[in-house]
Write a protein that binds this ligand. Structure first.
Ligand code: GMT
Length: 381
């Protein structure tokens, strides 16, 4: 199948899932065309059957806002025609589903029926999408998609609660390629980050308000009062600077390492003992799954779909959003004894296996087959 994937090219979870999915589809024999404004961060272009097409929006003094949706839908029309694409898969409803639908309509005028699958990732529904500024357009474009998927049951429920949706929503969770992890790392350079007796706590995110960075720091502050520990903060975003200030105020600045955005997530997780994710909204929590796959237990909030990934008492612990005391107690109960930590590490790895790429990618292929079948039927009618 020839598949066009539209996504954000950044470090955010939706872009990572879209990129890893495209790579997996190409390995399984499909031809995959990524269409976005920059080369996706996890994409190596020198891969068989993988193409990247950049969307450019030229500056024009009249425009206060550059019309990205317009440029994207025009690019989609051109690429779909030029490469004889069979199916369009858009990740993140805003504005991708809207631009995709416009492309679909333009192509229909020329007698081409291109099915569109929309994957909802989280903030496109729970934070941004339901704002009155966007809601009518988001509702419209979800309803106009041929198939809709969401990354958790929780996100499906949120979508049905917040929007008037006439489509079925298929839950297809985020996934992980366990094979890559095993093959990739033999060499955990733990001593670069901490003394042998220190536990390493890690947080990875785009450091937005929804990730509750102050809670990460407060939980760590409590942990390091009891046991020697280091905190590794990975990612960039508006909450980083206030977070650094809070560490200084709490007198723990020297125990916290801020790494910024990194392409070396595997190396970082390889030497981590615990992952903190106290988000106030999280449709799935890909970062938590990546940690678990590396054998890193997770202490998280119970927001959104986190309980579908992090199993309380097995792969880590869940507690109410903002309950930093319980999070710290739970973290200490995992970290204090070597034998308990080892048990949680093994359990976390075992739970992550349920989300292996080999189970999840066929779920997308099944949706594609159905979408294609439906559009061919339509064309024949
Ligand atoms: O929150 C992020 O890290 C970025 C965000 C995005 O849209 O790129 O991630 C969302 O999609 C991920 C992949 O499906 C999910 O694993 C994240 O839970 C989700 N983030 C939120 O819901 C806040």
């Amino acid at each position: 199948m020839k598949i066009a994937i539209v996504c954000y090219p950044t470090f955010g979870g939706s872009g990572v899932v879209a990129t890893e999915l495209g790579i997996a589809l190409a390995k399984r024999g499909h031809e995959v065309h990524f269409i976005t404004y920059r080369q996706p961060v996890r994409l190596d272009l020198l891969m068989e059957r993988v193409f990247f097409h950049e969307v450019n929006v030229p500056d024009y003094p009249l425009f206060h806002y550059q019309p990205y949706e317009l440029a994207l839908s025009s690019k989609l029309v051109n690429i779909i025609k030029a490469y004889h694409i069979d199916l369009l898969h858009v990740h993140y409803a805003i504005p991708h589903a809207y631009a995709g639908y416009m492309a679909k309509k333009m192509l229909q005028q020329e007698g081409m029926n291109i099915p569109m699958v929309t994957t909802l990732h989280g903030t496109d529904i729970t934070l941004v999408g339901n704002h009155p500024f966007y809601k009518p357009a988001v509702t419209f474009s979800i309803n106009k998609s041929d198939y809709v998927t969401s990354v958790s049951k929780s996100l499906k429920e949120d979508t049905l609660r917040l929007f008037t949706i006439k489509r079925d929503i298929n839950v297809i969770p985020n996934f992980i390629e366990q094979g890559n992890i095993k093959e990739g790392f033999t060499d955990c350079q733990r001593d670069l980050m901490a003394q042998p007796h220190e536990r390493i706590i890690t947080h990875i995110s785009n450091m937005r308000a929804v990730k509750c960075i102050p809670d990460v720091i407060k939980v760590f502050a409590k942990i390091q009062e009891e046991i020697p520990a280091k905190l590794i903060m990975v990612g960039e975003g508006p909450e980083r600077e206030p977070g650094e200030n809070l560490c200084d105020e709490l007198g723990i600045g020297k125990k916290v390492v801020w790494l910024g955005n990194s392409n070396e997530i595997d190396k970082i997780l390889c030497f981590s003992d615990l992952f903190l994710l106290p988000s106030r909204a999280e449709s799935f929590g890909l970062a938590a799954l990546e940690a678990m796959a590396h054998g890193v237990p997770v202490v998280s909030s119970n927001a959104g779909g986190l309980s579908e990934v992090n199993v309380n008492g097995i792969s880590g612990y869940l507690s109410d959003i903002g309950d930093v005391d319980t999070m710290a107690t739970n973290a200490l109960s995992i970290l204090t004894e070597d034998s308990t930590l080892q048990r949680f590490k093994e359990q976390a790895r075992a739970e992550a296996k349920k989300f292996d790429i080999d189970y999840i990618v066929p779920m997308y292929e099944e949706i594609y087959e159905k979408a294609l079948g439906k559009s061919q039927k339509k064309a024949r009618a």
